[in-house]
Write a protein that binds this ligand. Structure first.
Ligand code: PGA
Ligand code: ZN
Length: 415
């Protein structure tokens, strides 16, 4: 017999950037059975589902009181009495209750909080670890981590345009060894920057945030970090999240002090691919610059993972457009870009069927919530990016993966 939802509760908490966000509790048979908190982006795509904020002056206008009320009033009323372990039906009810294309009625933050809290409650009532509940009979597989050790763009107050410089420690036998190699690169990078007098603050995702003469200099530091830690670039590669929508204005990309076309930017990337061990480039082009995306994927997609984040915003409709246009070959997956667990899984299934890789991702504003770690394992996504191996909002996810690795032996890298 399925257990029934008896209540939802919600509250405003604060995230890793000191901004309000929502946390939701799901009650089954009168007991707290699942809890989840919702993250928040800084370099958000304009096609993302709506994050509901209160406006006004308190909390810099970022309060989530309305989203909290929407959970406690409307969503609770709709879900109470339903079995907790029919995730797709629960999400369908929430989606219908909202009734809008961009989740502007209830707010994607309210909807996702409820959706994820129910997911946790479903796993708990079956006495299963979350990753096993998600994975079902297919079990799970530990993902290769992408660790963002050098932060720029909208996540740092520096002159570096590229938002994320990540290491991908793919040439290892276990998740634990892969993580250890990434941690060692983080410390090697710290040493290199310190030596050059460039060690200053940290970015929003826990990576170092130096000012650098050019973006390419960031790539040189990444190679120094990998080799300085005693590894070869055969076993640890580089991933970039350029987040180029942030510097695309009036039809030009504003990078390294120049204003250039999509074609010129693609030429820069091709040169970088020749000279550096780059395995993955995310958001190399603007979220609506489909032509540049398709040209780059055609020319260089055989030698680099081309990842759509702002381009696809985890939404099936945009992903299908991208598959048809051959605009990319991988998708970044962020639950709060679409607003429910079920829609996220549906988008991943479409990606899989098209031969696109999926990378489960955190947001730059995070909490101690670790749902994405279990999601990455249970869906066998193969890759996760969740920041530097530092600061508790980021390490919460890596540490959860270490716990899961005690029960799940499989570890596979797409590289
Ligand atoms: P965001 O950054 O959470 O600020 O959008 C992460 C990303 O762009 O991948
Ligand atoms: Zn991104």
């Amino acid at each position: 017999m399925s257990k029934l939802i008896t209540g939802l509760d919600a509250r405003q908490i604060i995230d890793s950037r000191g901004n309000p966000t929502i946390e939701v509790d799901c009650y089954v048979a009168g007991q707290l059975a699942g809890r989840a908190a919702v993250p928040s982006g800084a370099s958000t795509g304009q096609h993302e589902a709506l994050e509901m904020r209160d406006g006004g002056t308190t909390w810099m206008g970022k309060g989530v009181g309305k989203a909290v009320s929407n959970v406690v009033e409307d969503i609770q009323e709709a879900l109470v009495g339903m079995p907790v372990d029919v995730q797709s039906e629960l999400d369908e009810v929430i989606i219908e209750l909202d009734g809008t294309a961009n989740k502007s009625n209830l707010g994607a933050n309210a909807m996702l909080g409820a959706s994820m809290a129910c997911l946790h409650a479903g796993a708990n009532t079956h006495e299963l670890p979350l990753w096993r509940y998600i994975g079902g009979v297919a079990g799970g597989c530990l993902p290769v981590p992408m660790l963002n050790i050098l932060n720029g763009g909208a996540h740092a107050a520096t002159n570096v345009d590229v938002q994320e410089f990540m290491v991908i420690p793919h040439g290892f036998d276990t998740f634990g060894e892969s993580l250890r190699a990434g941690v060692e690169c983080y410390h090697a990078l710290k040493g290199e920057l310190q030596r050059d007098g460039l060690l200053g603050g940290l970015g929003d995702e826990g990576g170092f945030a130096p000012n650098l003469p050019t973006n390419e200099e960031g790539l040189r530091y990444m190679v120094k970090a990998i080799e300085g830690a005693g590894y070869s670039t055969e076993e640890i590669g580089i991933a970039l999240d350029v987040a180029s929508t942030e510097f695309y204005r009036d039809g030009k990309y504003h990078i390294d002090g120049k204003a250039i076309s999509g074609e010129e930017l693609a030429d820069i990337y091709s040169g970088w691919l020749d000279d550096f061990p780059i395995l993955s480039i995310e958001d190399g082009f603007d979220e609506d610059d489909w032509t540049s995306w398709a040209n780059f994927t055609k020319n260089d997609g055989h030698r680099v993972q081309c990842v759509g984040d702002d381009l696809f915003v985890t939404q099936a409709e945009r992903l299908v457009m991208g598959i048809e246009a051959k605009a990319a070959n991988a998708i970044l997956v962020k639950l709060n870009q679409v607003g429910t667990v079920t829609e996220t899984l549906e988008t991943m299934a479409i990606a899989d069927a098209a031969g696109f890789n999926s990378i489960i991702s955190h947001r730059s504003g995070e909490t101690e919530d670790t749902t994405i770690a279990d999601l990455a394992v249970g869906t066998r996504a193969g890759q996760i990016k969740t920041g530097a191996p530092a600061r508790s909002d980021r390490t919460a996810k890596y540490n959860q993966l270490l716990r899961i690795a005690e029960d799940c032996d499989e570890f596979a890298s797409p590289f």
